[in-house]
Ligand binder design. Structure first.
Ligand SMILES: Cc1cc2nc3c(=O)[nH]c(=O)nc-3n(C[C@H](O)[C@H](O)[C@H](O)COP(=O)(O)OP(=O)(O)OC[C@H]3O[C@@H](n4cnc5c(N)ncnc54)[C@H](O)[C@@H]3O)c2cc1C
Length: 492
């Protein structure tokens, strides 16, 4: 099927143009289209190819959101902050329950451990209380099933607990979910938005936004290979959902800095087979959250947390970050003695955290509108976990300006049958081979990163999208270059 030229969109008119097809933009488009707003969703690349494909792939329970970074003794003196944390944790747990209910095919459930050691920042009784509180704040709908076990009992129940270095005071055990496939959460949400009436255009970069009368004119430039073109579309409202690139969307004049980028790195390793399917949540010796995430026959470990101001496109994994992550794993599990040779690959991303008074704030999802720019919204601070919550906030902001049109969308979203067939390739906005391998099929998340079937899948894409043999070869080269850029192999 041939992709229509971008000029086909020139002069079209929408209630809302959503810039950015990450988890937040896709969910926003679904909310808006579902509620009856004429919606256009654009991305300068593929659906879900930004930060939403660089995460730690975990449906976080709310405990981390309750944990204040200031000294514990200050908690009673900050009631407003604690109250806000409780409200936020409740929202988080509701979103967790909603995703388990509505996207079960995109999640996998795992046993996680939380080690208690002498001198920990949080004493066991406080962590117990935290887990109970989180479960009570709507977590009961999808239990965490938290228990605190003695080291001996925990070791008897799981190989991962048995391998923890001492001296241990106990081990918390709970159930948590991983995204089987975060990219597909974005794709299936975008396709659901399309079914509800949204128009989707990938590889269309928003290069200018200008006021005209009561409306906004958004200029889009073609970024797909072998194509050129430009379109100008009109919109009552513009939703900037460009994640860590929000402040870089040109021409929006978003008023002030909206996001602070927090870089994170994850490292994929092979751990003992008896650890399969089990995970760990802990704090690093620096006091930062540190995880061991189960991933098929493997695990990945991390992340790091570093504030960055460079363009997220230029952010790369540093050697020192890999060394830090491996050293923390060896501290937790001394018998493992992980080295660089155990690393399959690493990746990094930049979290788009919200700012308040120019400083990072770890809590809220913000939908900001500058009074001088009525109708331009910027949505920041959402995780994948909170993408539906962020989208509902966007929809409410649009409704408050344009009026209510219809009810919020509901229902289960599942990956469709026939993935990877020529018919689905054409229907799922695949433009490049990397889109198909990484974000439409599970292949890109396999240990070989999809290289094993690249040739076969390039032939399916070529037949479906009408590629010449030269284009097919170009796509294979591009897939290989892009894979090596995103997933670094430290020994390569
Ligand atoms: C290391 C790390 C670990 C994380 N772990 C987790 C986790 O375990 N669980 C969890 O829920 N969340 C996690 N997160 C957070 C989560 O990944 C992000 O917060 C979330 O993906 C942000 O989604 P988004 O839609 O806001 O941004 P993105 O996914 O980055 O989407 C923004 C999109 O905007 C597009 N864009 C940019 N500029 C333009 C333009 N001018 N025109 C058109 N399009 C444009 C980009 O191409 C991109 O696709 C993690 C993040 C990191 C970095």
């Amino acid at each position: 099927m041939t992709r229509p030229p971008l000029s086909a969109l020139d002069g079209t008119d929408y209630d809302a143009v959503v810039i950015g097809a990450g988890a937040v933009g896709c969910a926003s488009a679904r909310q808006l289209a579902g509620r009856g707003f004429r919606t256009l969703l654009v991305d300068r690349g593929d659906i879900g190819a930004g930060t939403s494909s660089r995460s730690s792939r975990m449906l976080y329970s709310g405990l981390g959101y309750l944990a204040a970074r200031y000294p514990l003794w200050q908690m009673p003196f900050r009631p407003a902050d604690m109250f806000q944390r409780l409200l936020y944790t409740r929202e988080v747990m509701r979103c967790r329950a909603e995703l388990v209910r509505d996207m079960p095919g995109h999640l996998t459930k795992h046993r996680f451990h939380y080690p208690f050691r002498k001198g920990d920042r949080y004493p066991p009784w406080l962590v117990d209380l935290g887990f109970r509180l989180v479960e009570a704040l709507d977590g009961w709908r999808v239990p965490l099933a938290y228990r605190r076990l003695s080291p001996a009992k925990a070791a008897g129940e799981s190989a991962m607990a048995a391998a923890l270095g001492g001296p241990l005071r106990g081990v918390g055990v709970f159930q948590e979910y991983m995204y089987a496939w975060p990219e597909r959460i974005c794709v299936d949400t975008a396709l659901d938005a399309e079914r509800r009436g949204a128009t989707i255009r990938t590889y269309a970069e928003a290069t200018a936004i200008a006021r005209e009368g009561e409306d906004w004119l958004v200029t889009l430039d073609e970024r797909a290979p072998e194509m050129q073109g430009r379109a100008q579309v009109r919109a009552r409202m513009v939703v900037n959902a460009a994640g860590p690139w929000i402040d870089r969307v040109p021409g929006g004049g978003w008023g002030k800095r909206r996001v602070i980028g927090i870089k994170g790195v994850n490292v994929m390793v092979r751990l003992p087979p008896a650890f399969r399917g089990q995970g760990l949540e802990a704090f690093s010796r620096k006091g930062e959250p540190y995880y061991v995430f189960p991933w098929r026959d493997f695990h990945f470990i991390g992340p790091t947390e570093t504030e960055v101001s460079a363009d997220p496109d230029d952010i790369r994994v540093e050697e020192a970050e890999i060394d830090y992550i491996l050293a923390e794993a060896n501290h937790l599990f001394p018998a493992l003695r992980l080295t660089r040779a155990d690393v399959l690959h690493c990746w990094c991303g930049v979290r788009p955290t919200s700012t308040r008074d120019g400083r990072q704030t770890s809590l809220p999802v913000e939908v900001a509108e500058d009074p001088a720019m009525p109708g331009l919204l910027a949505v920041t601070g959402s995780t994948i976990m909170l993408h539906r919550h962020a989208a509902r906030k966007v929809a409410r902001a649009v409704e408050s300006r344009l009026g209510r049109r219809g009810p919020a969308p509901a229902g289960i979203i599942a990956p469709p049958d026939g993935l990877g067939t020529g018919q689905r390739v054409a229907a799922e906005h695949v433009v490049r081979l990397a889109d198909l391998i990484r974000r439409r099929l599970p292949d890109g998340l396999e240990p070989d990163l999809g290289r094993g079937r690249a040739e076969e899948l390039s032939r399916i894409a070529a037949a479906s999208l009408g590629w010449s043999e030269a284009r097919r070869q170009d796509e294979l080269r591009h897939f290989e270059e892009d894979t090596a850029r995103v997933y670094v192999n430290p020994d390569a």
